[in-house]
Design a protein around this ligand. Structure first.
Ligand code: SAH
Length: 261
């Protein structure tokens, strides 16, 4: 094995999303860049190859914490990835987090986990913690890619999709097996977890698996809705029209930097 292969081997990246649109043009880019191998396992497809110079394994995790945990586990144990990045959409719950904004996780928590009174609310039994940190280096690089994406394309996106500007936030993302779609529920989440910026259904599960196996991970979410009574419609149109543009633009910049880091 030459030095370049060795270096690449140590930096194999797993990329996950829950829904097709959230992967943007990633699989297409992999196919165009050279040999792509697709493995079907556990009713999912894992695509291995190179994207923007980075050896990657790309898969659709599907929706929810179990699906995400199973996919992350396979990426680690079957495909031997060294880092994991999740990309997708989420509901904005933090003050000032609006549709079209981007949130990069510093930490993640399962908002539907409750083994009280045996364990404190939200704590993962026997792991002694509720919050799982994203890897700082990966999260910093992801946030830098988001900032570049916004600097390059923010104005055009704002105009094209009639957004209220595009901002990049860093903070806590919360996950649970529920599509949050009522103002009452958002208010309850915001009161219980005031530092939560976004709610989704996979990130904290991946962060837990990665913590258990010492695999660095990071999560980026574009805000598709504000988890209120209009969430379903906002989510659906954002997913169809806009989500892919964000994922493609952010991942392209992230991977280009990752390839030379
Ligand atoms: N396809 C179904 C359900 C989508 S679930 C439908 O059309 O209704 C929503 C997906 O986007 C999940 O993968 C989740 O991670 C993310 N998401 C976006 N907005 C969300 C919200 N308000 N609450 C929970 N998850 C959200």
């Amino acid at each position: 094995m030459n030095a370049k292969d060795d270096m690449n081997k140590t930096r194999r990246l797993g990329v996950l999303a829950a829904l097709q649109e959230e992967l943007g043009d990633l699989v297409e880019a992999m196919r165009e860049e050279g040999a792509m191998r697709t493995v079907t396992l556990g009713r999912r497809e894992y695509h291995t190859g190179t994207v923007h110079g980075v050896p990657c394994v790309v898969t659709l995790a599907r929706i929810g914490k179990v699906a995400a945990a199973a996919s992350a586990s396979a990426l680690i144990h079957v495909f031997g990835v060294d880092n994991i990045v999740f990309t997708g959409v989420a509901g904005g719950v933090g003050r000032g987090v609006r549709v079209g904004d981007i949130v990069v996780a510093d930490s993640l928590l399962q908002h539907d986990l409750d083994a009280s009174p045996l364990f404190p609310r939200y704590e993962v039994p026997l792991l002694d913690r509720a919050r799982f940190s994203a890897d700082e280096v990966l999260a910093d690089r992801l946030a830098a890619a988001c900032e570049r994406f916004v600097a390059d394309e923010g104005a055009a996106l704002t105009k094209r999709f009639a957004l209220d500007g595009v901002r990049v936030h860093r903070g806590m993302i919360i996950s649970g097996d529920r599509f949050v779609s009522s103002a009452v529920e958002v208010a309850a989440l915001a009161e219980a977890l005031p530092d939560a910026l976004a709610v989704e259904m996979e990130g904290a599960a991946i962060a837990q698996v990665c913590y258990e196996h010492d695999v660095p991970c990071a999560v980026v979410r574009t805000i598709s809705d504000t988890a209120d009574d209009h969430a379903h419609m906002s989510f659906a149109s954002f997913l169809t029209d806009i989500a892919g543009t964000y994922s493609s633009g952010i991942l392209r910049r992230f991977l280009a930097a990752y390839a030379v880091a």
